[in-house]
Design a protein around this ligand. Structure first.
Ligand code: PLP
Length: 367
């Protein structure tokens, strides 16, 4: 058998989750956020399943060009715009939409000599304090863009929510008020990420920008995607490659931090931090063996992890293991490892982990 580690991508779950974003705000156009290689799921694979979205959102031109080369004609939003003025000609000819978030980009746009004009969105900083113009500079910037011959069509005003993952946090209300004051009622706009779409009705204006929810994970600080009827898209599967019995007191793995409290079976699973499994996952992090939870024990190695098989005395080499996905929400593993689902999904080692796409058949069976 070849190394059994596989990231299984469920295309039907992607389509289902896109519909959940539509249901939250009927009639609103969606920018499916597919940056970072589709949150680690594979850009083109994800784009195919999400092709009914009105637009795609990416972090850079290289990601946008991959979509164009694969034949996607959708509007593509460059979430950080261009990184220097020399990219503008390509933005224009490839019909990408540049987010303008800074004075230097405005100047570059005004000075550029382009073969065709560019569509732009203007980013307003309403409190995230990462990218965007302060609200009091918005009117002047809009006038400059309206007067700029390199700009085509209406400028969409956008902002990004900093604390929407906490539904009690008052920051979001302040950001929404600040945005409403800067944008007015009539401007085309875009506010909501996944947390906004699911948790903040007032943010569901204009273009919606769902990311993590499309991949089936909850955007909130606690809880899992299933609470929002989302379905996990990636299931990271492997197998037991060894089952060994060790005596009481035997140290397991690097450093020998974990010792067997009694004579017991220990399973070895083909997955490690070289594949994107979090090295900081502590003992007790759940792993599914034969569909049942067992605890991780010992340190995570580059290619392997070890699990406590005392609850599964019959487990054998070749038995199926799920690291996250169907039956084990990625949010649970992320929380144990002190991180978020986004990081685990993005961090799966493409080039090392084999990817397989599954499609649902018409009778509902997964192929
Ligand atoms: C990544 C990103 C999103 C999507 O965020 P999620 O939390 O994954 O839904 C939306 N808007 C911007 C500007 C982003 O950078």
């Amino acid at each position: 058998m070849s190394r059994p580690l596989v990231a299984e991508i469920d295309a039907a779950a992607l389509r289902h989750n896109l519909e959940k974003a539509r249901e939250a705000a009927p009639g609103r156009p969606l920018v499916a956020i597919v940056k970072a290689d589709g949150y680690g799921h594979g850009l083109i694979r994800v784009a195919r399943a999400l092709a009914s979205a009105e637009a795609f959102g990416v972090a850079c031109i290289e990601e946008a060009l991959q979509l164009r080369e694969a034949g996607y004609q959708h509007p593509i939003l460059l979430l950080e715009g261009f990184f220097d003025g020399t990219e503008l000609e390509l933005v224009a000819t490839q019909r990408l939409i540049a987010v303008i978030h800074h004075e230097w980009q405005l100047k570059a746009l005004e000075r550029a000599s382009l073969s065709t004009s560019v569509r732009v969105w203007l980013k307003v900083d309403t409190g995230m304090h990462r990218l965007g113009l302060p609200p009091h500079e918005v009117d002047a910037a809009r006038r400059r863009l309206a007067a700029c011959g390199n700009v085509r069509g209406e400028v969409v005003l956008m902002t990004h929510l900093a604390n929407a993952d906490d539904r009690e946090d008052p920051t979001t209300g302040r950001q929404l008020a600040s945005f409403a004051a800067a944008a007015g009622d009539d401007a085309e706009c875009s506010i909501a990420n996944s947390a906004g779409i699911l948790g903040w009705p007032e943010s569901r204006r204009g273009w919606l920008r769902p990311g993590i929810m499309l991949y089936g994970a909850s955007p909130f600080r606690s809880g899992v995607g299933a609470e929002w009827q989302l379905r996990p898209v990636m299931t990271l599967r492997s197998r037991l490659i060894a089952v060994n019995r060790y005596p009481r007191g035997a140290p397991i793995g690097y450093g020998g931090d974990w010792r067997c409290p009694e004579e017991m079976p220990v399973g070895v699973v083909a997955v490690g931090y070289g594949d994107g499994y979090p090295r900081h996952a502590p003992g007790g992090t759940p792993v599914l063996v034969n569909g049942k939870r067992v605890p991780l024990i010992g340190r995570v190695s580059m290619d392997m992890i070890t699990v406590d098989l005392r609850t599964q005395p019959d487990a054998a080499v070749g038995d199926p293991v799920v690291l996250w996905g169907q039956g084990l929400p990625v949010e649970c593993v992320a929380e144990r490892a002190g991180t978020i689902a986004y990081e685990l999904l993005c961090g799966v080692a493409r080039g090392r982990v084999r990817y397989e796409t599954v499609q649902e058949r018409e009778d509902g069976q997964v192929l």
